[in-house]
Design a protein around this ligand. Structure first.
Ligand SMILES: Nc1ncnc2c1ncn2[C@@H]1O[C@H](COP(=O)(O)OP(=O)(O)OP(=O)(O)O)[C@@H](O)[C@H]1O
Length: 227
């Protein structure tokens, strides 16, 4: 398994009480598998992503990324683990306005090292993988919302992560573009053999994913198998 969360519990202080955001969460995602986590606002989806990204330390439970247990690691070790194993796709593509698509990918830490020519070729290949062949030299304002999200996905894949964490990728997109982005995520998940977790409000595109789990009040519920 590339991502394993076992009996994960997360609480936040809430006045003089404690709010339980994740309550005994178990999740296993294999390489090449796309799992969608659906659920209402406030149910704990962002907390789940933060724990899986090792950005948030759970109160208890185990988080294992590509065989490495994140428990007991120092903050610096967790940062290194995150860099090596995790790609994150945020809801809003945080692209730099002045950079072209290929430069956005080259700007990631992972593309440093090696000859400039090789780096550019690798970045161009990644952009082709996400369907942006021929649009490498466009800046964000010359790309559609869906295309910007594709650059975002290419950037997250640049470090060859074992785990891809995707936060509401369709939130800012219309129906067709939203569907295409989920189709692309399914495709890159298989091609790049990453373990992908996609958090979503949209239940429209879930026929594209391998598994759907539902978050309710910090608990992961019934698993619905689509394939
Ligand atoms: N830093 C924090 N401090 C206190 N409470 C928090 C914190 N972060 C989240 N919460 C609370 O924990 C619960 C789960 O929040 P979380 O953001 O994980 O849910 P979510 O399903 O991602 O919601 P949304 O879909 O609205 O983003 C909510 O009740 C939220 O108010």
């Amino acid at each position: 398994m590339s991502l394993e969360l076992t009996d994960v519990r997360v609480t936040y202080p809430d006045g003089d009480r404690v709010l339980t955001a994740l309550d005994g969460v178990n999740l296993r995602v294999a390489a090449g598998q796309l799992v969608a986590v659906a659920g209402p606002s406030g149910s704990g989806k962002s907390s789940l992503l933060a724990v899986a990204a090792t950005l948030l330390r759970p109160d208890s439970g185990r988080v294992v990324l590509d065989g490495v247990d994140a428990g007991g690691l120092s903050a610096a070790q967790r940062a290194r683990l995150r860099l090596e194993k995790v790609g994150i796709v945020f809801q809003q593509p945080n692209l730099l306005a002045s950079l072209t698509a290929v430069e956005q990918v080259l700007a990631t830490h992972h593309m440093r090292g090696g000859s400039v020519r090789r780096q550019r070729r690798a970045a161009a290949e990644l952009l082709a993988t996400v369907g942006l062949d021929g649009k490498q030299h466009r800046r964000p304002h010359q790309l559609s919302g869906g295309e910007r999200q594709r650059v975002n996905i290419a950037r997250a894949l640049a470090g060859r992560p074992a785990v891809l964490l995707v936060d509401e990728p369709t939130a800012a997109l219309d129906h067709d573009r939203g569907r295409q982005i989920v189709e692309l995520l399914a495709e890159v998940t298989r091609q790049h053999q990453v373990a992908t977790v996609m958090v979503t409000h949209d239940t429209e595109y879930l026929d594209q994913v391998d598994e759907v789990v539902e978050m309710r009040d910090g608990r992961l519920g019934a698993l619905e198998t689509h394939r």
